[in-house]
Design a protein around this ligand. Structure first.
Ligand code: AMP
Ligand code: MG
Length: 403
């Protein structure tokens, strides 16, 4: 049985050999994609030197003697409107009305806020010296033309979308998302919404896992339920492998009499990379590949298959779509209760983290067994414990992965 780190390394390494082609998508549709190439500023940002306030553009030197008792007056001889520039030069003793974002007129080196002035009879009164550069945003103050503004492999967030739009980009190069297929295996399974007899089980894995993938921007094509019957399951798996880049199969990868998914995959030419990891939940995970196609055989238990998908499938998908760092970000929290870990495998406890007393605290969910979806539903993170038995004291620091 391999370790969590080794399994993750193998998954990412194999995902790396399947690099998706770059495509151009509208920035509005680019959420959750990763940038396929460095994006450079097409011009200086800000594009031109402008005012950060509604007020008056002036020469700071003209205000150097202004005081409350001895205010100075400047004649308002022009106005700079947004989206336009003013040809006129600002001369000594003059001020131009200016609005936020408008180009600073030639001759001016500062802007005074409108609220700090009194306007009457064509003059403004100023009661303090305005310093040079006050309320001015300089051309290229944030980025110079040609400078990298978003690095290759960065996640396109709403924030990044805003920056791309500000630079005038309508489309952006990203890596195409792979075709992902899902098969639920198990004769006992019934789709939600259907009538189930006393001994049947509602299929939760397709729903939880396709929702998880969707959260990260990936669509899943569903092939339905495969009964525990060799020929039919093989036919369905074969069809799904042929028409997808990644296949997820839940159930049938353990050691039960009808768990023949591994055998079918082997017959279909899928090379086994690993089967079983020293973790809980999700020990029976099967991972294999057929040429560049990746196949995940997920355990049937709903918590196990979800945790496996979060821990391994999402990083694989990130890698394929060009993420700079395919790993889930980890954070440190402190246990808000003591824990006695009697399990030898590395456990990913379903947990809940919260802010309390200036710290991030975490507690495990009550129900930790791998069929108990309530415990997972109550959780907002996985608590990453060490391998081996040990006690965790209250207050002890621990790594968490945010769900
Ligand atoms: P298996 O891995 O096929 O031995 O299944 C292990 C357990 O998970 C059994 O109790 C199955 O009934 C259950 N199970 C399998 N597939 C699903 C599914 N798609 N949704 C919910 N439970 C499942
Ligand atoms: Mg089964």
């Amino acid at each position: 049985m391999i370790s969590y780190e080794e399994a993750l390394r193998l998954v990412i390494e194999n995902a790396g050999s399947m690099s998706s082609p770059a495509i151009s998508v509208s920035i509005l549709k680019a959420q959750n994609y990763y940038i396929a190439q460095d994006i450079k500023a097409p011009f200086d940002l800000p594009r031109f030197t402008n005012s950060s306030m509604d007020g008056y553009a002036l020469r700071s030197i003209d205000t150097k003697d202004a005081t409350q008792k001895g205010p100075i007056r400047l004649k308002v001889t022009g106005e700079v409107k947004t989206g336009l520039s003013i040809r006129k030069k600002l001369n000594r003793g003059e001020a131009f009305a200016i609005s936020t974002g408008s180009k600073l007129p030639e001759g001016a080196d500062a802007v005074v806020m409108k609220e700090e002035t009194i306007f009457s009879d064509g003059y403004i009164t100023i009661t303090r010296p305005v310093s040079k550069k006050e309320n001015i945003r300089y051309q290229g103050g944030e980025f110079k033309k040609g400078e990298i503004i978003v690095r290759k492999g960065s996640l396109i967030t709403p924030q990044v979308t805003g920056l791309l739009a500000l630079c005038g980009f309508k489309n952006v190069a990203v890596r195409k998302r792979p075709k992902i297929s899902f098969i639920s295996s198990g004769t006992e399974l019934v789709e939600p919404g259907r009538k189930a007899n006393e001994f049947q089980i509602y299929n939760s894995n397709y729903y939880s896992i396709s929702a998880l993938l969707k959260k990260y921007g990936f669509e899943t094509k569903y092939y339905g339920i495969a009964k525990d019957e060799y020929v039919g399951t093989k036919r369905l798996i074969q069809r799904a492998i042929e028409s997808s880049d990644i296949l997820l199969i839940s159930g049938g990868v353990s050691v039960g009499n009808v768990d023949f998914v591994k055998e079918i995959l082997n017959e279909l030419g899928v090379e086994k990379i690993f089967w079983r990891i020293n973790i809980k939940p999700g020990k029976p995970l099967f991972f294999g590949r057929k040429r560049k196609k990746l196949i995940f055989g997920l355990p049937g238990n709903p918590v196990s298959s979800f945790v496996n998908s979060f821990l391994f499938v999402i990083p694989a998908l990130r890698k394929i779509t060009g993420a700079e760092d395919p790993n889930h970000p980890a954070y440190i929290a402190s246990f808000d209760c003591g824990i006695n870990k009697t399990e030898k495998r590395r456990e990913f406890l379903r947990g809940f983290f919260y802010y309390k007393e200036d710290e991030i605290k975490v507690i495990p969910a009550k129900n930790q067994q791998s069929h108990m979806m309530g415990g997972l539903a109550d959780s907002n993170c996985l608590i990453v414990t060490d391998e081996g038995e040990r006690r965790y004291k209250k207050g002890e620091r621990i790594r968490i992965l945010v769900l």
